[in-house]
Ligand binder design. Structure first.
Ligand code: DAH
Length: 334
């Protein structure tokens, strides 16, 4: 009996291997595994065999059934393509995978960081939840000073506030290090403003600070002009106007020639031909005293720039709110 089964097994294998179409395979399946197949007859007759033999033959039948079924499956896969059956349609268009990329604000920040690193600045970071001392007091915004009103502040329950600018990182760095210091501090800042096309309640700034002996205003001007030329090309127009910040004296506001209209006047620059990008100035002696430096020993400059505005000019997007809505239909276009 076992010999007979063994013969069925090798015949089955051979016929499966030589089947040239799915139709032929199906015939082989019926002949070897179908209801009227010899294997099935043996299986049905098992009950009549003596127990010892029944176990042996039963095992062999099952093993052969399993083996032939597996081989049939493999052969079906192999033939599926050749017969042009339902297996594979080569004319179907492929699925194009979405390739992710960095957010435009991240790309802008990386670009700015790259330029400043090339000028010898290193990156320093600070917390989003700040205290009054670092965000205001040490930066010479005394309590009740009208300059505080310009910063609509989000206060955090239980104390603290969301930083309204990246300038508190200047304080943290100076508290923990000795000059010379040459850092930039990129990051997210928060103001409780009514959002419109050019204001968000969350936006990005990049702060710069250089402290050493005998630092002059001319160096600040030189670094900023170098930076703006790297960013926009050597022919970019740059303009410094007198400004006011509590933590710098003297202070300046820095404009660049509008990149959209090249200085002719358009809606982005409100017909002036210039766009304000930076605040800057020489670090106020009171700030040095607040961190324990002697203003007679050291001097320095600081600057802060609006990252979103630079990103808007780089991408041509005219509504700042779009950057943080994270609508992929918008972001995929940039
Ligand atoms: N912190 C200022 C703001 O948020 C920007 C600024 C101006 C930073 C002048 C500076 C600076 O470091 O020197 O409006």
């Amino acid at each position: 009996m076992i010999d007979r089964l063994e013969k069925l097994r090798s015949e089955g294998r051979e016929q499966i291997e030589s089947a040239a179409s799915e139709k032929e395979l199906e015939d082989v399946r019926v002949a070897f595994l179908g209801r009227k197949s010899e294997l099935n007859l043996v299986a049905r007759g098992l009950g009549k065999l003596p127990p010892d033999e029944r176990r042996l033959v039963g095992k062999a039948v099952n093993r052969i059934k399993e083996e032939l079924t597996t081989l049939l499956g493999e052969a079906r896969e192999r033939l599926g393509g050749k017969t042009g059956g339902p297996g594979l349609d080569l004319t179907l268009p492929g699925r194009v995978p979405w390739v992710g990329r960095k957010h435009p604000l991240t790309r802008t920040l990386e670009r700015l960081e790259g330029i400043f690193k090339g000028l010898g600045f290193e990156v320093a970071l600070g917390p989003h939840v700040e205290d009054d001392f670092h965000n205001f007091e040490a930066l010479n915004f005394p309590k009740d000073h009208p300059a505080r009103d310009a910063h609509d502040t989000f206060y955090v329950e239980g104390g603290g506030l969301l930083r309204t600018h990246t300038s508190p990182v200047q304080i943290r760095v100076m508290q923990t290090r000795k000059p010379p210091i040459r850092i930039i501090a990129p990051g997210r800042v928060f103001r409780n403003e009514t959002p419109d096309a050019s204001h968000g309640s969350e936006f990005f700034q990049l702060e710069g600070l250089y402290v050493d002996k005998d630092v002059r205003f001319g160096e600040l001007k030189g670094v900023l002009i170098k930076f703006l030329r790297e960013l926009y090309g050597d022919d970019v127009g740059v303009r410094l106007r007198p400004g006011f910040f509590p933590f710098t004296e003297p202070s300046a506001e820095v404009d660049v020639e509008c990149r959209i209209c090249r200085g002719k006047g358009c809606s982005v620059c409100k017909q002036t031909g210039w766009v304000e990008l930076l605040g800057a100035g020489m670090v106020d002696p009171r700030v040095f005293r607040a961190v324990g430096y002697d203003p007679d020993e050291v001097s320095g400059y600081a600057f802060g720039l609006g990252v979103d505005r630079i990103c808007m000019m780089m991408t041509g997007v005219d509504d700042i709110r779009l950057f943080l809505q994270n609508d992929l239909r918008f972001l995929r276009q940039l």
